[in-house]
Every structure is written in structure tokens, then in C-alpha cells.
Design a protein around this ligand. Structure first.
Ligand SMILES: C[S@@+](CC[C@H](N)C(=O)[O-])C[C@H]1O[C@@H](n2cnc3c(N)ncnc32)[C@H](O)[C@@H]1O
Length: 211
């Protein structure tokens, strides 16, 4: 999970050359290219968006008629007109209200590249990481439109199988992608949910039989 800074890394160099804020931009680019999840005019929510690499790619795809909302614990500055950002913790009690100020309505897609501050203690880091991914998945029921898509970074460790099981309940299809820009020894993988199933309305009790 450690992010070693390596200027010789080809993705780092390419990101610099292309004016991208983070090498991780190539991960969402690859996911978008492979699965064709995003289109012009869409509204996308990006969780853990700083410094803004994913926002740059997503903003390009949705174009001027679309919108990308990025939130993070860190400020994100200087994005284009179709990007709105806020310093916001996904656990904030007023999250929905604050998001409504940036976009009123459900999102067509939610993405999450969130990562916790690492402690170096594998079990703690994995637990915090899966907790972030779980919270992102739980937010779909409030913020994602039926049929929408979801992408989240998850570390393959304890809790991963349960996470997949939960994602499969909520989406018609679930795919796993390890983008090329993911560093060699990393356990990170992206869980992609396609076709969000709207929460089932509670069933009305059966009519009592006549007679
Ligand atoms: C790997 S970085 C994201 C990089 C980003 N995708 C990009 O391309 O620029 C992970 C981010 O998750 C954010 N994060 C961690 N916990 C969070 C939380 N509770 N709420 C919002 N953001 C969080 C961190 O502040 C960090 O900026």
C-alpha cells in the first residue's frame, strides 16, 4: 500500500508529460476504456479525489454538458468548469446535504480511489481500507441512480470476499480490474459494479384469502 515516489516510473513520467496530477489517472482511464462506463453529459461522484488525476480524466469524458463532483479530506484546486470539489469526509454526518449543494440529484456513476493514511501495520491498513470501500458501497443506495455504475479500490486481504459478495447483491454485474498502472507488488484491485439495483420497496403484506 506504500506509495513510493519514483520519477523513473513510466506512468509517473507519462502523467507529467500529459499534465495529469497523479499517475493514478491512468487507472481510471484504463477502466473507462475497457468497460465504456462513462459518457458525455453524465454526473459522476469521485470519492477521495485529491489531487485530482481521476477528476481530470472523468471531466474530459463527460464533457461540458456533464459534471464531476470530487470530495476529499484534502483541498483540490483549479479544476475546470464542469468539476465541483469540496473538502469533505465521506463519514461526515452532513455529507448528503453538502453534496446536494454541488449536485442536486442522483449520480450516474460513483468512483472511489480512497486510501487511508497508512500506519505500516498491515492488518490495520487493510481494515481501514476495506472500511472506506464498504462505506463507498453503502453510499450507493442514497446517491447512485438505478442502473448506475460504481468503481472502488479495494485491497485483496481480509474482508475482500465479503465485500465482493455484498457488491454482487447490489449490482447486476461485478468485475475485477487490476489496471496496468497498479504497481507490481500491490494488492490493490478495482471492484466495478455495473447496473445498480434500486433498493427493493418493502413488499405489501399478502391480501388475506377470501372466505
Ligand atoms: C490515492 S489518493 C486518490 C488519488 C486520486 N484518485 C487522483 O487521481 O488524484 C486517496 C485519497 O483518499 C482520500 N481519503 C481518505 N479517507 C477519506 C475520507 N474519509 N473521506 C474522503 N477522502 C478520503 C485521501 O485524502 C487521499 O487524497
Amino acid at each position: 500500500m506504500t506509495k513510493s515516489y519514483n520519477p523513473k516510473d513510466p506512468f509517473f513520467k507519462k502523467a507529467k508529460q500529459e499534465g495529469l496530477r497523479a499517475r493514478s489517472a491512468f487507472k481510471i482511464q484504463e477502466i473507462a476504456d475497457r468497460l465504456k462506463l462513462y459518457r458525455k453529459g453524465m454526473a459522476i461522484l469521485d470519492l477521495g479525489a485529491a489531487p485530482g488525476g481521476w477528476l481530470q480524466i472523468l471531466a474530459r469524458i463527460v464533457g461540458p454538458s456533464g459534471k464531476v463532483v470530487g470530495i476529499d479530506l484534502q483541498p483540490i484546486r483549479g479544476m475546470g468548469p464542469n468539476v465541483k470539489t469540496a473538502v469533505l469526509d465521506i463519514y461526515a454526518p452532513d455529507l448528503d446535504e453538502k453534496l446536494r449543494e454541488l449536485h442536486d440529484g442522483a449520480f450516474d456513476a460513483i468512483t472511489s480511489d480512497m486510501a487511508p493514511k497508512t500506519t505500516g501495520i498491515k492488518a490495520t491498513d487493510e481494515a481501514r481500507s476495506i472500511a472506506l470501500a464498504e462505506h463507498a458501497l453503502a453510499l450507493c443506495s442514497r446517491l447512485l441512480r438505478p442502473g448506475g455504475s460504481f468503481v472502488a479500490k479495494v485491497f485483496e486481504g481480509s474482508g475482500f470476499e465479503d465485500y465482493l459478495r455484498e457488491a454482487k447483491k447490489q449490482f447486476d454485474q461485478v468485475k475485477l480490474i487490476r489496471p496496468e498502472a497498479t504497481r507490481g507488488r500491490s494488492f490493490e484491485i478495482y471492484v466495478v459494479g455495473i447496473g445498480f439495483r434500486a433498493a427493493q420497496a418493502p413488499q405489501a403484506p399478502a391480501e388475506p384469502a377470501n372466505g
